[in-house]
Unconditional design. Structure first.
Length: 136
């Protein structure tokens, strides 16, 4: 018997229904669900579309044990089948700015906006705090 796929929730509904999870049963998260979660994070908008973040998926037991200590010793870090660590990359613009502006122009970014980004990003990024990571 083929099980029908559950319809996806609207974002607004998912946000309203969101709750902190006190524990996990350790059941593996389907690869397709994990892919969708990562895709959503990678597609999230940011200033000048810099998307200054990276995601690390932690699934190994030894790595989750080490990560638990960095997450206020929360047991759920080890219980979860996967933990996604979100890392801010405050210096990403240094290596990605030209590529980001090129891709932006190819996608329809107005030339004036690209010029503004070329001036503003290095100026404001020099005063940015160091990169940070958060497990979630």
């Amino acid at each position: 018997m083929v099980k029908a796929a559950k319809p996806e929730k609207l974002l607004s509904q998912a946000i309203r229904d969101r709750r902190a999870t006190p524990s996990f049963d350790g059941a593996p998260i389907p690869a397709e669900d994990l892919r969708k979660i990562l895709e959503a994070g990678l597609s999230a908008p940011s200033g000048y579309n810099m998307q200054p973040w990276r995601f690390i998926v932690v699934q190994g037991e030894a790595q989750k044990k080490r990560l638990r200590m960095a997450a206020y010793n929360q047991g759920k870090v080890e219980e979860a089948s996967a933990v996604i660590v979100a890392c801010g990359d405050a210096d990403g613009w240094r290596k990605d700015l030209d590529l980001m502006l090129y891709q932006g122009r190819e996608g329809g970014m107005p030339e004036g906006y690209a010029d503004q980004a070329r001036v503003n990003i290095p100026t404001t990024s020099l005063t940015s705090p160091a990169p940070r990571c958060m497990a979630g």
